[in-house]
Design a protein around this ligand. Sequence first.
Ligand SMILES: Nc1nc2c(c(=O)[nH]1)N[C@H]1C(S)=C(S)[C@@H](COP(=O)(O)OP(=O)(O)OC[C@H]3O[C@@H](n4cnc5c(=O)[nH]c(N)nc54)[C@H](O)[C@@H]3O)O[C@H]1N2
Ligand SMILES: Nc1nc2c(c(=O)[nH]1)N[C@H]1C(S)=C(S)[C@@H](COP(=O)(O)OP(=O)(O)OC[C@H]3O[C@@H](n4cnc5c(=O)[nH]c(N)nc54)[C@H](O)[C@@H]3O)O[C@H]1N2
Ligand code: SF4
Ligand SMILES: [Mo]
Length: 672
Amino acid sequence: MARTIRTNCPRDCYDACGIVVEVRDNAPHRVLGDPEHPVSRGRLCSKCALAYNGVWQDREARLLYPLKRVGARGSDAFERISWDEALATIAARLREAREHHGAASILHTHYSGTLSLIGFLFPNRLFNYLGASEVDPDTICNAAGHVAWTLLFGNSVIGFDPRTARDAACVLVWGANPSHSAPHAHEHWLREAPGKVVVVDPIRTETADAADLHLQPRPGSDAALAFSLLHCLRRDGCFDDAYIAAHTTGLEEIADDIARATPQWGEAQTGVPAADIELAATYYGAGPALLWAGQGLQRQATGGNVMRAIGLLPALTGNVGKPGAGFSYLNIAPIVAGVDLEWLGGAPIAREGGKKVSHMELAARLENSDEFKVFFAWNTNPLASAPEQRRLRRALEREDLFTVACDVFMTDTASHADIVLPAASFLEYDDVTFSYFHLLMGAQSKACEPPGEALPNAEIFRRLARALELDEPALYESDESLIATMMAQMDPGFDFAELKRRGHFALGDEPQILWAEQRFDTPSGRIEIASAQAEAMGLPRTPQPWADAEPADGQLRLLTPASKWRLNDSYANDRHCADRTGAAALHLNPSDAARLGIHEGNTVTARNETGAITLQARLDDAVLPGTAVSYKGRWPKLEPAAENVNFVHAARAADMGESTSVHSTLVSVEPA
Ligand SMILES: Nc1nc2c(c(=O)[nH]1)N[C@H]1C(S)=C(S)[C@@H](COP(=O)(O)OP(=O)(O)OC[C@H]3O[C@@H](n4cnc5c(=O)[nH]c(N)nc54)[C@H](O)[C@@H]3O)O[C@H]1N2
Ligand SMILES: Nc1nc2c(c(=O)[nH]1)N[C@H]1C(S)=C(S)[C@@H](COP(=O)(O)OP(=O)(O)OC[C@H]3O[C@@H](n4cnc5c(=O)[nH]c(N)nc54)[C@H](O)[C@@H]3O)O[C@H]1N2
Ligand code: SF4
Ligand SMILES: [Mo]
């Protein structure tokens, strides 16, 4: 019997595509795009089209049963156990850690395997209730940008409604690469935007290539570029004085910096020709304009300053809260829709005492056997995604650290665990999905039973609460109840059964004008160009027109952004996705290659004080001289030397949010 189910993709991706699953004999037969979804328009991205019909349905690859380790860590020697044994073992170790060392000695880490709201957030309830410590998830991705735009605008999670692009004279994409990270926004949204598209990226990405104008600054020089654009905009009368007077504070404190930032100065600081800076300012200043700040942009040593500096563009030109205008870093649809994410993640039942640990210090702190006794990784694969990979692996080899991993697949992190718990995939349970770019909410609809004994994240943690004999009702709340509450909070005028039928709903029939009330949740209630809060945090009072120095001693600045064929480290284990990418590559400009004596296809070593990694050279004139690119997301265990680019990623925190500065990584490259 064949039937079709409508669902949505819950990956950590801007697009949040609609999906149609053809189910035969209670198993997904084909996973396709939903033709009625406004973003995906009937097509999945190439990686999901392969992986959802490939490794995600491969019983050989999926984790099917709870496992306990019977060999050395990392050796993949596991034995099947029952759920009862797995949960009893974990509960005993959690209790022991709590009694002897306090709940803060339990450290959990989680992130972006699934973003479907229950699977993504509900498990936090248990850890919050216990008062466990948490690896701050955003520190691996976007925390600097959050802090920066919270200082400036009072909020970093409300952006613009992409549908308002129809009224924009310009869309400025700054340090995002939708051709990889938001493929449908690249293919449809940007192409259909009537205004000029300007892309700022050290790489000539496909999105940059298709734009009206591509500015190719040296990595980490963006704040200087922003000031130079501001210089041109002010000179050309594009500052909105009435808006500045009514809604901002502190312009006078950066007036001299703007005056000094001539296009010629900008060219010297950033490498972008002065004429292109002028042209970009003309495009941006022509009328309502949108600014999309990517997450890759702020993974810099001074990424917070970069974000504060580029945020000045909408602030000073009054491109806020009107049709065709706005700024977006993340535009979290459920927040706009009114879903209480704090409630869902258990903030109301949280006990004091748990510590927050940045990913930048994870390896160092796990090395110390006094601090953490239990490490619980769910919905994330830090042994692939986190910095200081060699050091983290060694820390996870500690025999006295009880480690649990909960995943869909046997990742590197799972290989190092004492107990592995098999998670159901998004095709196997109901949930609510969202986009962090479009104002779209969706239904995740169960298409089939999980394979083996795999269970949805939420059910695993309900059962663990029971094994711990905890009496807090919120730890046992059913999916039905959670979904009903979220539907009531969003109040779309229909229930979840109807949402499943429709697949998704947009927040409003017309483009929403976010920020129309001009209410900024800063101490002054205005956009704070000068910020006493920043000063109190030990940061400059105002954004600074800084540019990083060019790499010295022939080093290259290594960027490791989103791959077209993987979603973070997911799909690295899909055969077809792996075939598309071939061996791990280092893309470098032919001029750098010539200087270093490197030819196309050569095996090269990229090395720094943190480590060294072997890659295959790809000569690529899309990459700015002085820069090298190697796409993220390989599983170390599937690579010849059991390492990925995070072997050379030092855990240096950015200027804000104890966040990653992975794009400030410098390497020396030589033929191997
Ligand atoms: N060098 C470098 N490193 C980076 C980055 C970079 O730009 N450069 N980017 C960083 C960024 S932005 C991020 S967000 C992080 C992401 O890093 P991670 O959070 O580690 O992302 P993934 O590797 O995709 O890991 C998610 C895991 O969740 C699993 N999973 C999927 N669905 C489910 C589910 O329903 N339940 C459970 N329990 N598990 C599930 C997947 O199989 C996968 O193993 O990586 C960071 N690492
Ligand atoms: N296919 C695919 N899609 C994904 C992901 C994936 O791994 N694969 N990951 C998801 C996740 S977790 C995230 S956070 C998002 C990230 O997606 P994006 O926000 O697009 O960020 P990145 O891909 O990390 O980097 C975007 C661009 O920033 C540029 N960049 C790096 N340094 C600088 C700089 O100093 N200045 C400027 N101007 N640009 C710079 C890089 O060259 C890159 O082209 O994508 C999500 N979508
Ligand atoms: S990963 Fe992104 S582009 Fe691919 S199907 Fe999912 S939502 Fe769409
Ligand atoms: Mo991310």
